[in-house]
Ligand binder design. Structure first.
Ligand SMILES: Cc1cc2nc3c(=O)[nH]c(=O)nc-3n(C[C@H](O)[C@H](O)[C@H](O)COP(=O)(O)OP(=O)(O)OC[C@H]3O[C@@H](n4cnc5c(N)ncnc54)[C@H](O)[C@@H]3O)c2cc1C
Length: 378
């Protein structure tokens, strides 16, 4: 059954990642979000028409695919070189949140355009003074004239420059502090009260942004959960961000490791026993990551620390792979031409993986979660 499904995905990818879309193989994703944005948006609509988006959402909202089928889809997608997804924040973060906590009207309004990739989303959580300390959110919103009026600043908002909508964590109870008095609002991006300013990264590209809300508005009923219950809703989204949403990663990592091994053969780096040792270590580490992910995703009674453990494991592994990719290339890899940079794959991997131990919750925070919420409470 699983093999049949896997073969169906493989055949579909072989038949569709062709013609104009052939140029997309291996593009997009972390460090490469600037590549072929319009063509990737079109590609995602083709994916949507074929029913591949929302595969893991429970029926009747989506495909109701089993974990094994979702794993097979993500693996085959990555194996075929499927491009990095622009619609993954809507599909993997907002949609499961709406399924669990949204109203019927919200699900009817928002799930179909996410599944069709006709509406793209971004995640408006972090602020200049609220990253690891997310409960310090200061963006505020008030209800007036039947609409929420939102004012404040978000930062590091991935893909805000292409997003149609943003799910925003905002303080709606005046005078409230920390986790109380927050609400989870769905805010349209295309309006005068929203300004998106790209942040240029170390890689020379811009995939995340500052987002300014200056009396931006959204309808009164576009709050997920009750007003004031935003912390609970926001943390349920985070569980998805650190969980099933990372399924496709393993195959992408395997492709990156294969490329590093191939370069090591070409450059003769295997002759250096230290580099050879690190390559073997990377290979063994990847087997560990894969087994951990499969074991935890298949577990019906998930360990509350599992998502944090998985994040810690893959972030460190991937960062070391970036360092290894540079070592394999040798000292010359530390040179680039003046901006705009034309980075090699190794340089891009090395630079972008610096962010792995920060986004989706920094390593220190994951360790705090494992220590205090799990080990400390046993
Ligand atoms: C590539 C990328 C994409 C991102 N995309 C988004 C997005 O789409 N939407 C969004 O809302 N956010 C996004 N973020 C933001 C991300 O969630 C934050 O960067 C992250 O939560 C850390 O917050 P911060 O940058 O404010 O760092 P800080 O919270 O200021 O942390 C700085 C350092 O101090 C450490 N530290 C902080 N508090 C503690 C503590 N209590 N104990 C021990 N150590 C601590 C941290 O671990 C870190 O090393 C993205 C970030 C990156 C890098």
């Amino acid at each position: 059954m699983e093999d049949e499904f896997r073969q169906r995905v493989r055949d579909w990818m072989a038949a569709h990642l062709t013609g104009e879309f052939a140029a997309l193989a291996g593009t997009g994703g972390p460090g490469r979000e600037h590549e072929h944005v319009e063509l990737r948006a079109r590609w995602e609509r083709v994916l949507g028409e074929a029913g591949w988006i929302g595969l893991g959402w429970p029926a009747p909202h989506g495909g109701g695919a089993s974990i094994a089928e979702q794993v097979a889809f993500h693996e085959e997608y990555a194996r075929a070189g499927g491009p990095g997804r622009l619609s993954h924040i809507g599909e993997h973060l907002l949609a499961p949140t709406l399924v669990a906590h949204g109203t019927d009207a919200q699900r009817r309004r928002f799930l179909p355009p996410i599944a069709a990739a006709t509406e793209l989303w971004c995640q408006g959580y972090s602020e200049p003074e609220a990253g690891s300390d997310l409960a310090n959110v200061q963006t505020r919103a008030e209800l007036a004239g039947g609409r929420w009026h939102v004012t404040g600043q978000k930062v590091w908002t991935s893909l805000a420059h292409v997003a149609d909508w943003c799910f925003v964590l905002a303080r709606t109870t005046p005078g409230s502090t920390r986790k109380e008095g927050l609400s989870y609002l769905l805010v349209p991006m295309d309006q005068p009260g929203v300004t998106v300013r790209p942040i240029v990264q170390l890689t020379g590209t811009s995939e995340f942004n500052e987002v300014f809300f200056d009396d931006a508005v959204t309808d009164a009923d576009l709050v997920v959960g009750a007003p004031g219950d935003g912390w609970r809703i926001a943390t349920s989204t985070l569980a998805h961000e650190r969980g099933v949403a990372t399924l496709g990663q393993q195959m992408q990592f395997a492709r990156e490791l294969d490329a590093v091994v191939e370069r090591a053969r070409a450059t003769g780096a295997f002759a250096d026993p230290v580099v050879a040792d690190r390559i073997a270590d990377a290979w063994a580490g990847l087997q560990g990551l894969r087994h951990h992910a499969l074991r935890t995703l298949r577990n019906d009674d998930p360990d509350p620390a599992a998502a944090s453990v998985a994040k810690l494991l893959w972030a460190g592994w991937h960062q070391r792979l970036g360092e290894l990719a540079m070592a394999v290339e040798g000292a010359g890899a530390t040179l680039v031409d003046a901006a705009p940079y034309d980075l090699t794959d190794a340089q891009r991997l090395f630079l972008f993986t610096r962010a792995d131990t920060i986004y989706g919750g920094a390593d220190e925070i994951q360790r705090n979660i494992v220590a205090s919420h799990v080990l400390g409470s046993r």
